[in-house]
Design a protein around this ligand. Structure first.
Ligand SMILES: C[S@@+](CC[C@H](N)C(=O)[O-])C[C@H]1O[C@@H](n2cnc3c(N)ncnc32)[C@H](O)[C@@H]1O
Length: 244
């Protein structure tokens, strides 16, 4: 039977294998590229408001520290750094991190990328916001993961996650459609049984000492391919919680 360690290793290896093509907007990470403006805009707006900033200002996050857990090659890290945040990107996928470092350097962005898991962060190292986007559906021990996110947030700071709901529709769209029919994602990217319902995620966040503040669906417009926020949380959704 696989241990938690081999399970993490297998999940991370899938993403390392995609490192070289991570930043190709039409490559295997195309869905993440397309949804990134929506997720990072939603997060920026909420973080800026919490700090009494104008969310529309180009440097709305200036000086605020953000931890991007499971950052991969840095799609969200870069978007938040461009708004002025001091971003630390954390991932166990070393090759994805190499792609992240190279891309940030070419873009002139100062982002601290570190290899590791949130569970291993030093006690007492805390951030103004913690994000983990499209990660929890790859994590076997969710309670340990969520507790680590809560520990990394300053008291009262927000924690954001985005993920896939475990519904028949999500199975059809994110697994059958995206992997087998449209070939948007490599086959095997997702295990539908690992998808997380908003109820399960909310309960896990509360067990980790956080309060859920907002749950918003993400839907793709079929014609334009653009993503927008929606009340429909049946497939993709984002959550904002706050550490008590
Ligand atoms: C679908 S990618 C998302 C990357 C990035 N967050 C984004 O949305 O652009 C999932 C990432 O989670 C990382 N990951 C997988 N299992 C993890 C775990 N147990 N703890 C932390 N990160 C993990 C992978 O290495 C991979 O980079």
């Amino acid at each position: 039977m696989p241990t938690a360690g081999t399970k993490i290793g297998a999940e991370v290896a899938k993403f390392d294998a995609l490192a070289a093509r991570w930043w190709d907007p039409n490559g295997p990470m195309k869905p993440l590229h397309r949804m990134n403006p929506l997720r990072t805009g939603w997060i920026s707006e909420r973080v800026a408001r919490l700090h009494g900033r104008d969310p529309a200002a180009p440097d709305a996050l200036a000086g605020l520290t953000v931890l991007d857990v499971g950052c991969g090659a840095g799609l969200a890290s870069e978007a938040l750094a461009r708004r002025g945040a001091r971003v630390t990107g954390l991932d166990a996928a070393g090759e994805a991190l190499e792609a992240a470092r190279a891309h940030a350097a070419a873009a002139g962005l100062d982002i601290a990328y570190r290899e590791g898991l949130p569970e291993d962060l030093p006690e007492g190292e805390t951030f103004d916001a913690v994000i983990a986007l499209e990660v929890i559906e790859h994590v076997a021990d969710r309670d340990t993961f969520l507790a680590a996110l809560a520990r990394a947030a300053k008291p009262g700071a927000p924690v954001f996650l985005s993920t896939l709901n475990r519904t028949p529709r999500a199975f059809l769209m994110a697994k059958v459609g995206a992997e087998y029919l449209l070939h948007l994602l490599p086959v095997g990217t997702h295990d539908w049984r690992m998808f997380v319902t908003p109820g399960e995620l909310g309960a896990g966040l509360r067990r980790a000492g956080m309060e859920v503040k907002d749950i918003t669906g993400m839907v793709m417009e079929p014609l334009s391919g653009r993503w927008r926020a929606s009340r429909d949380v049946g497939v993709n959704y984002m959550v904002m919680a706050r550490r008590g």
